[in-house]
Design a protein around this ligand. Structure first.
Ligand code: SR1
Ligand code: MG
Length: 408
């Protein structure tokens, strides 16, 4: 009998006991200490470390309710999905995902490699740090995880098995569908967190624009029904750990079979938040120029490198006979690029006007600058959504954001 035979939410004491009992990491007689280091919206993340030997491990446990809304119950099955997905991503992109040591379905937790020499990318970006490897790394991750899990490459039956295994009803139907695709346009649950100086702006630009709602309705249907690829489902910069020369993607608990543009668009949108933060807060002109130039390059390269790598991988790996028809590769890419632009806009609006905000915007200290940064983002988002079929190259995103910034 062990106290860990029945699920309970661990604290910094019990997680130490857990690590000593369940994991083969610490020496006998070691006295590791735990800290809770999670700052996400859903889970508890502990670092358990033995100072004497410097051995350490991360234990991530799913709680039965959201951290940011205690009245919001949520299935702890997300932990199974997250571990399965991390293992699969590791197979597809070995250098870009952390090592998992143990998955415990009873305690709804898993233990993994401690990446304490890495930073959460969002925070590193808020310090305006530049990571020259990022565009290459993230496009490797995107193209491998997305194209290789389609039924253009995988055997159709095998892919359908994965669709079933990764159906993620609660995180999709209770969180992403309402939070990302409905509430930013309706505030139907009255839980949007709009920056007060932008209330009227959001009312007019998001709540009252019916043409926009129609396009969002189409994108929402696509999110709900296009079982195209096994997507990460929450690929914002808070789900990426980074240091100079290395990138690790984390937190795929929102994974399910959905449109690949959802992951690509999330990366682009979150780099646009980094741009908006840098533009609003960096005072030194040279630093600002260098940082914004790098962010702009990343935004453009996420699209352009993805296209290049997609082209190569499609030629090498596609097996579905009809998908090899002349013109299909280009047709398929075009649908992905349009979805990507649409989702870039969707992710921007839900962070700028919805319930789950991003610190890149909310920490801009000057009220007028924050108001302006959010408006640039939302106006760009509307254009990405409405004109998504025209967005085929990376520079178009940068051009749109800079054009709007110059006009506000
Ligand atoms: C209610 S959970 C809010 C957000 O946090 C996660 O990281 C996802 O982005 C989700 O939409
Ligand atoms: Mg997360």
């Amino acid at each position: 009998m062990s106290k860990f035979d029945t699920y309970f939410l661990m604290d910094t004491d019990t997680v130490v006991e857990y690590a000593k009992e369940k994991l083969d990491i610490f020496d006998a007689g070691a006295n590791p200490v735990a800290n809770e280091i999670g700052d996400g919206n859903l889970n508890y993340v502990f670092r358990v470390r033995d100072e004497e030997t410097s051995k350490s491990v991360i234990v991530k446990q799913a709680g039965p309710e959201l951290r940011i809304a205690k009245d919001f119950d949520i299935s702890t099955d997300r932990n199974r999905i997250e571990v399965g997905m991390l293992r699969l991503e590791k197979e597809l992109c070995p250098g870009l995902v952390a090592d998992i040591y143990l998955y415990d379905p009873v305690m709804k937790c898993f233990s993994m490699e401690d990446l304490s020499d890495y930073k959460v990318m969002r925070y590193a970006l808020m310090e305006h740090e530049i990571f020259p490897q990022f565009a290459e790394d993230i496009t490797d991750f995107l193209v491998n995880t997305l194209l290789l899990t389609t039924d253009r490459v995988m055997d159709s039956k095998e892919k359908k098995g994965l669709v079933k295994e990764y159906v993620n009803p609660q995180l999709c139907a209770d969180i992403s569908e309402p939070l990302v695709y409905t509430e930013p346009y309706t505030d139907n649950l009255k839980r949007n967190k709009v920056f007060p100086p932008n209330l009227e702006f959001v009312q007019k630009e998001l709540y009252e624009d019916e043409e926009l709602h129609l396009e969002v309705a189409k994108l929402k249907y696509d999110f709900m029904n296009n079982a195209q690829s096994l997507i990460h489902g929450d690929l914002h910069t808070g789900s990426i750990f980074i240091k100079q020369g290395a990138t690790r993607v984390m937190d795929p608990e929102f994974a399910f079979y959905g449109p690949m543009g959802y992951d690509i668009g999330n990366v682009v949108a979150n780099m646009i938040f980094a741009w908006a933060n840098g533009e609003a807060t960096i005072e030194d002109a040279a630093e600002k120029e260098a940082y914004l130039a790098w962010v702009e390059q990343v935004i453009a390269q996420v699209i352009d490198l993805f296209k290049e790598k997609y082209d190569r991988l499609f030629n090498e790996r596609v097996t579905e006979p009809m998908a090899k028809t002349k013109g299909y590769k280009e047709y398929f890419l075009q649908t992905i690029l349009a979805d990507t632009a649409g989702v870039t806009g969707i992710e921007i609006n839900r962070r700028a006007a919805g319930m789950a905000q991003v610190k890149d915007l909310t920490t801009i200290p000057d009220e007028r600058k924050r108001m302006r940064a959010e408006r640039i983002c939302m106006l760009a988002a509307k254009e990405f959504i409405k004109k998504r079929a025209e967005y085929r190259e990376g520079w178009q995103y940068v051009d749109c954001v800079k054009r709007l910034a110059a006009s506000i």
